[in-house]
Write a protein that binds this ligand. Structure first.
Ligand SMILES: Nc1ncnc2c1ncn2[C@@H]1O[C@H](COP(=O)(O)OP(=O)(O)OP(=O)(O)O)[C@@H](O)[C@H]1O
Ligand SMILES: [Mg+2]
Length: 352
């Protein structure tokens, strides 16, 4: 852009357990980013179920509260949906100009999309400009127009415009890339463990090779504690986070949590095994966890032992400057893993 830098968007991650908000300022000249605003607002358990917004009023209220309490002026928002609402394909195409590709992709998309092409909006990104046989590798993304309309209307009611719609899994990737060094041949599995969904993306260097959403996630722990210990949802959530609940013996929870962690490990293994057979890549060098679910006690250690690879919990603010005088640094550090998607969204710019 001619006059100054293009403007960053307000990142709003509408998760099923909470809305997370991040606004970043690009400091320019490779100086990284500064955190301008930060907020999290819990949602009632029934507001979003299975990725579908059931109670839009509750979601709008949560967003409005975040905007008001944090005195947000930026009304241009980037938000994300999970992989169940979209179709993502990695395809190989003949080399061509960006303009030719934009047209060709519309035709190409037809064979990958099980809906009427008129019902979806297509987007694409070149992943490799020189792949096998001189072809280019393109990421094709198709979103149902209904879903776009639904988000536009929802955020419109909170006084906001949807300027970018992204995917959870790629947001986590973008957050990872500004915070951690990427070495070209290294294969890293990013595992973003939310409440209802875990987004998995396997990267080789900076390029996504494989992605998948699975349903094993944080709610599995809560469900299991509720069932086995006869607790309410709220009690089970507290116990899972290690907070004492009157009349409940915390030590009873450990074996229940461990059993769910083992099930989670087995589900993750199925997905990573599938990655291996579909891509002919063998080794995964590192697993990077994020999402609130990554904070379950000992989960990181278990995953590391189970897969025999180093495991780290992502801090999406690692390379982000935070002004302690205006922002709650302790809370930011404590809740950081929840914010991988929101940080990825806040990296989007107007006109992307
Ligand atoms: N300290 C903690 N220990 C264990 N689990 C935690 C902790 N803090 C949060 N969680 C769990 O993390 C999950 C919420 O994480 P996150 O905010 O990433 O999910 P979400 O984006 O709302 O969900 P989804 O992406 O599935 O829609 C919940 O299941 C919550 O119980
Ligand atoms: Mg989430």
């Amino acid at each position: 852009m001619f006059f100054g830098k293009s403007k960053n968007l307000l990142g709003l991650d509408i998760g099923s357990s909470a809305v997370k908000m991040v606004e970043l300022k690009d400091l320019g000249k490779g100086k990284g980013y500064q955190l301008l605003s930060f907020g999290i607002e819990p949602l009632p358990a029934e507001a979003i179920v299975g990725g579908t917004i059931m109670d839009s009023g509750a979601v709008i209220d949560a967003i409005t509260k975040l905007i008001r309490e944090n005195n947000i002026k930026n009304t241009n928002v980037a938000t994300a949906v999970d992989g169940n609402s979209v179709i993502i394909k990695r395809i190989s195409m003949m080399p061509m100009s960006e303009a030719e590709l934009a047209e060709a992709i519309q035709w190409e998309a037809g064979q990958y999309i099980p809906f009427d092409i008129e019902e979806v909006k297509i987007d694409h990104q070149i992943l490799e400009s020189e792949g096998a046989g001189g072809n280019i590798t393109v990421l094709l993304v198709a979103v149902k127009r209904d879903l776009l309309t639904e988000y536009a209307s929802l955020l419109g009611q909170a006084g906001l415009n949807v300027s970018a719609l992204d995917l959870d899994v790629f947001c986590a990737q973008n957050a990872y890339e500004i915070n951690y060094p990427i070495s070209s041949g290294e294969i890293t599995a990013l595992v973003n463990i939310g409440a209802g969904t875990t987004n998995i993306c396997v990267l080789k260097g900076g390029s996504p090779l494989f992605w998948r959403d699975i349903q094993a996630a944080g709610n599995n722990y809560t469900d299991s504690l509720q069932r086995e210990m006869n607790l309410t949802y709220e009690q089970a959530e507290s116990i899972k986070r290690g907070t004492a609940v009157d009349g409940v013996r915390q030590e009873q929870a450990a074996p229940i949590l461990n059993a769910v962690t083992e099930e989670f490990g087995a589900e993750l293994k199925k997905t990573l095994d599938f990655f291996r057979v579909t891509t002919n890549e063998n080794a995964i060098h590192k697993i990077m966890l994020s999402g609130g679910g990554s904070q379950v006690t000992n989960l990181d250690r278990y995953i590391s032992q189970f897969f025999g690879v180093p495991v780290e919990i992502m801090n999406p603010f690692q390379n982000v400057t935070v002004d302690e005088r205006n922002l709650p640094l302790d809370t930011i550090n404590r809740l950081a893993p929840h914010f991988a998607v929101a940080v990825g969204l806040a990296l989007r710019r107007m006109g992307d």
